[in-house]
Design a protein around this ligand. Structure first.
Ligand code: RB5
Length: 146
């Protein structure tokens, strides 16, 4: 199950991502917000990230205007490794090397075509694991304890 959520600046791009999910038979839950609503990106991040942390969703996609505010918010939640991406290489390598569990994008930054490519590679790339990457991810998670 993939979670998806957004603030008011992410509604339009979310529709395109949902179209991609539906065309490809990808199970998803849309946690809002929806057309015509105003919604603060920290609230959207909290709602969706809690579903990743509790295991309801394997990974999640978050969208605000820039992708930045919602990624800052998501990374405050223990257990979340959120990456704000607007290029293919980063979306791929944040899975391979960082084991990112949340992809954030800017609805005012990336177009629908690129966004779908970012989501596709993010969902279809597995963590490389291995000694050095696992050790670094463990160090990231240890920062939550400081
Ligand atoms: C909302 O206008 C905008 O500030 C928000 O979507 C986001 O870009 C913040 O980082």
């Amino acid at each position: 199950m993939i979670g998806i959520g957004n603030d008011h600046a992410g509604v339009e791009l979310k529709k395109e991502i949902i179209r991609y999910f539906e065309e490809n038979g990808i199970a998803y839950t849309d946690y809002g917000c929806y057309e015509g609503e105003k919604c603060d990106y920290p609230d959207a991040a909290k709602t969706v990230c809690e579903k990743v942390v509790d295991g309801t969703c394997e990974r999640a996609i978050l969208i605000c205007g820039t992708g930045v505010g919602i990624s800052i918010s998501a990374n405050k939640i223990h257990g979340i490794r959120a990456a704000c991406c607007s290029d293919y290489y980063s979306a791929k390598y944040t899975r391979l090397h960082n084991d990112a569990n949340v992809l954030c994008m800017g609805g005012r930054v990336v177009g629908a075509g690129l966004a779908v490519e970012l989501v596709n590679v993010f969902l279809n790339t597995e963590f490389e694991g291995g000694g050095r990457h696992s050790a670094r991810v463990a160090k990231i998670m240890a920062l939550e304890e400081d």
